[in-house]
Design a protein around this ligand. Structure first.
Ligand code: ATP
Length: 317
């Protein structure tokens, strides 16, 4: 839906103000997530395969005389609209890097659940960066934008890039996975409440300190080979997430959701990132619709969404 332009915007050409910029940004799931050692800076060394899926937040940036944020949709009213919002942080950081005042009116339309393991906050930061970059016509290179993205958060560079990509370091170093063009079909099962990412990482540390031996994800090679083969049955066998066991320890009822994978005939079920969203792999779009309908009937989740991947990262639309 396109929002009507207000009086000031209709006047814009005369006033010389930039036209509004609308940016769409996807959610991410992790097809492979291996959590390594805790580093001295408090982050864990990660090896992950990110995958951008077609569940989108949208940010519109308009010229303004201050920096403001309004919000509608999923979680509106539960998120601060001040400096602690990642969209505001992103706009401010971009302004600092380019030596200009951070003036913009941002409006965020949210579909990605908050604290869902889908990197919604990072997605909004990526969208705000790309939107303000276009609104202010900064002329920054994509690489410079990626550096600023990494300053905001580990997942933000991937959400600027999109597609399917390997993430290393704390997840901020991304390189595209060269897989042949193929669309994968997924069902997202949303939970009632979010899970705190820091708490899930603290739980993995606690389990390791106590010698609890969760199965640890190996190298991503098998998964990358499966992506190249374009065979969902093979891909299903290679999805892994080191954060799954700690997320289940904190939220045991998620086991019911994951166990439903067999009943609903999904090829695989895995927790997305730090959870609590569960991701089910389908063979095709009809299969995905059937899985979503079965999950909704079974009552093991709040709601579902059928999505495809890979999709582009934050883009002006
Ligand atoms: P990740 O998968 O990257 O760990 P997540 O999907 O579990 O993240 P997010 O939705 O990204 O979680 O939000 C994590 C926290 O970030 C929220 O609890 C919220 O306090 C904060 N936050 C700040 N700005 C935003 C935003 N625009 N949208 C969502 N959360 C935000």
């Amino acid at each position: 839906m396109t929002e009507p332009l207000d009086e000031a915007e209709r006047e814009r050409p005369r006033l010389g103000r930039a036209a509004p910029v609308r940016v769409r940004v996807p959610a991410k799931i992790n097809l492979h997530l291996r959590v390594g050692d805790l580093r001295p800076d408090g982050f864990h060394e990660l090896s992950t395969v990110y995958h951008a899926v077609s569940l989108y937040d949208e940010i519109t940036a308009r010229s303004g005389d201050t920096l403001t944020l309004t919000m509608e949709g999923e979680g509106a009213g539960h998120l601060p609209l001040d400096e602690s919002n990642l969209a505001i942080r992103a706009a401010r950081l971009l302004a600092e890097h380019t030596g200009r005042p951070p003036y913009a009116r941002l409006h965020l339309r949210k579909n990605i659940p908050i604290a869902g393991g889908l990197a919604g906050g990072s997605a909004d930061a990526a969208a705000a960066l790309v939107a303000c970059d276009a609104l202010w016509n900064t002329g920054l290179t994509r690489d410079h934008l990626a550096d600023i993205a990494a300053e905001i958060g580990s997942d933000v560079p991937f959400l600027v890039l999109g597609g399917t990509a390997l993430g290393t370091g704390r997840g901020e170093r991304v390189s595209p996975v060269l897989a042949p063009g193929h669309t994968w079909h997924w069902v997202l099962a949303f939970a009632d409440d979010g899970l705190s990412t820091p708490e899930v990482y603290a739980e993995i540390d606690r389990r390791r300190a106590n010698g609890i031996a969760d199965a640890v994800a190996g190298e991503a090679d098998m998964l990358l080979a499966a992506l190249r083969q374009r065979d969902p049955e093979i891909l299903a066998a290679t999805l892994v997430n080191d954060l799954q066991a700690p997320a289940l320890a904190l939220r045991p009822e998620l086991m019911r959701t994951l166990m439903a994978a067999d009943d609903v005939d999904a090829l695989a079920g895995v927790i997305s990132g730090s959870g609590p969203t569960c991701v089910f792999l389908a063979a095709d779009s009809r299969h995905a619709a059937a899985i979503a309908a079965s999950l909704e009937r079974s009552g093991v989740c709040r709601s579902t969404a059928t999505v495809t991947g890979p999709v582009a990262g934050a883009r002006v639309v």
